[in-house]
Design a protein around this ligand. Structure first.
Ligand SMILES: N=CN[C@@H](CCC(=O)O)C(=O)O
Ligand SMILES: [Zn+2]
Length: 413
């Protein structure tokens, strides 16, 4: 099956030669071809260029995209979309003045979601999660990472990871799984955190590795959650089972999470709302991708990740949704890209780079998705008729997507 898209007003994020990610000043460059064609063969990008060089024959389908643009699908490298129920009650409590931290200290927050998930069957959890996955695919996400971390018992963490595995088997979208057993200390281990760490390291990790249920290991390295020392212990154990670190750091307090991530060659350090100069400094000349989650800052009213400081220091930056029931109940990458421009002073070029090629890198998928490059999967967004690609972040909250494609096939209507 060969599909030709012709008369593309602008083909965005064109990288002739594959690159792992873009950093610093280079994030301002978003290579495009105006008046372009794009050829898809068997679900992969096989050719592209200017319309003057467009092949004349040899395709099964021709799609005329006059006035519309094509870009690689969003790469959402940080989500928690496998969860049960919702936390709308806590949302109202926050509106009435309680803080996220106070709610968590009273047994709400992550522990609230864990209680509901523990009482939810694997099938029901799968149904709830697939609805979220289908929703975000329609919103233009074409590669996604999903974490466990609302189980917090051996059985329930396995239940979450098996649901992620089922999603991988049933959907075309590339999915990466992350084990986040160290998301919160369960109530019963409140006075004996060491015993929970032991359960996580001695019981959960071997079982997860045996069933091949995760690629990455995550820890919520934060005051009142897991210390730097706890984080080191867990990352070491995860690495022994072949899991690469991708960690939650510097969301509310800067306690050395970035440093521990860099020390353990984390693929990414995520959140970064509270960044000291030394946290930026230590990321220089590493392969660790900083990841910002503006949907969380928006929803909780906490600071936005200092994108300008990070990029102006020559570092790369990726953008992700953090889709979860407590701090970011939205998987809309279009909103994330808009927020990055509006609230973090990123240019449209920087935001699109951060949400495509850099997001792909932050989940180890840079060879498969994230740019228009020959041989990559044809996971694409076809826009409506728009003025420029800047319309995508500019017209926040309005839908600029006409169709999405996974491996060259239209998904939905
Ligand atoms: N910060 C830790 N984990 C999630 C929120 C978890 C929750 O509130 O349910 C996050 O990335 O924001
Ligand atoms: Zn998160």
């Amino acid at each position: 099956m060969t599909t030709l898209f012709k008369n593309i007003k602008e083909l965005i994020q064109v990288r002739e030669n594959p690159i792992p990610f873009v950093s610093g000043k280079a994030m301002r460059d978003l290579p495009t071809i105006k008046n372009a064609f794009l050829l898809i063969d068997n679900g992969l990008i096989s050719d592209f260029g200017n319309m003057e060089d467009c092949p004349k024959t040899g395709f099964s389908e021709v799609i005329d995209t006059t006035g519309k643009m094509i870009l690689p699908s969003w790469c959402d490298s940080h989500t928690h979309i496998v969860y049960a129920g919702n936390r709308e009650g806590e949302f109202e409590d926050r509106i009435k003045g309680l803080s996220y931290e106070a709610i968590a200290a009273n047994g709400g927050g992550i522990l609230n979601s864990a209680k509901v998930l523990q009482e939810t069957s694997e099938d029901v959890l799968y149904q709830q999660s697939r609805e979220r996955l289908e929703e975000v695919i329609q919103l233009g996400t074409g590669a996604i990472e999903i974490k466990s971390g609302y189980g917090l018992t051996l059985d329930s963490e396995l239940k979450m990871l098996r649901v992620i595995k089922r999603l991988k088997e049933h959907y075309q979208i590339p999915i990466k799984a992350t084990f986040l057993g160290a998301h919160a200390v369960p109530e019963v281990y409140k006075e004996s955190k060491g015993a929970y760490l032991k359960l996580l390291i001695d019981d959960m990790l071997p079982k997860i590795a045996e069933e091949n249920l995760a690629e990455y290991i995550d820890v919520f390295c934060e005051t009142n959650y897991f210390s730097v020392a706890d984080t080191e212990l867990i990352l070491e154990a995860g690495k022994a089972f072949g899991l690469k670190p991708k960690i939650h750091v510097n969301q509310f307090t800067a306690i050395g999470g970035v440093q521990v991530g860099v020390k353990h060659h984390a693929l990414s350090v995520d959140h970064l709302e509270e960044m000291r100069d030394e946290d930026i400094e230590i990321l220089k000349n590493t392969n660790t991708m900083p990841v910002a989650l503006p949907g969380c800052s928006y929803f909780l009213g906490i600071p936005y990740t200092p994108a300008r400081k990070i990029i102006d220091a020559g570092l790369p930056l990726a953008l992700a949704t953090d889709y979860n029931p407590g701090s970011a109940p939205s998987g809309n990458m279009n909103f994330v890209v808009s927020s990055a421009c509006i609230k973090m002073n990123m240019t449209p070029e920087e935001a699109i780079n951060a949400a495509t090629i850099n997001g792909a890198y932050a989940m180890g998928l840079e060879a498969k998705v994230g740019s228009v490059t020959k041989g990559k999967q044809a996971n694409l967004i076809l826009t409506k008729v728009i003025n420029s690609y800047g319309t995508i972040p500019y017209a926040f909250g309005s839908n600029q997507i006409e169709k999405v494609y996974l491996r060259g096939k239209t998904i939905g209507v």
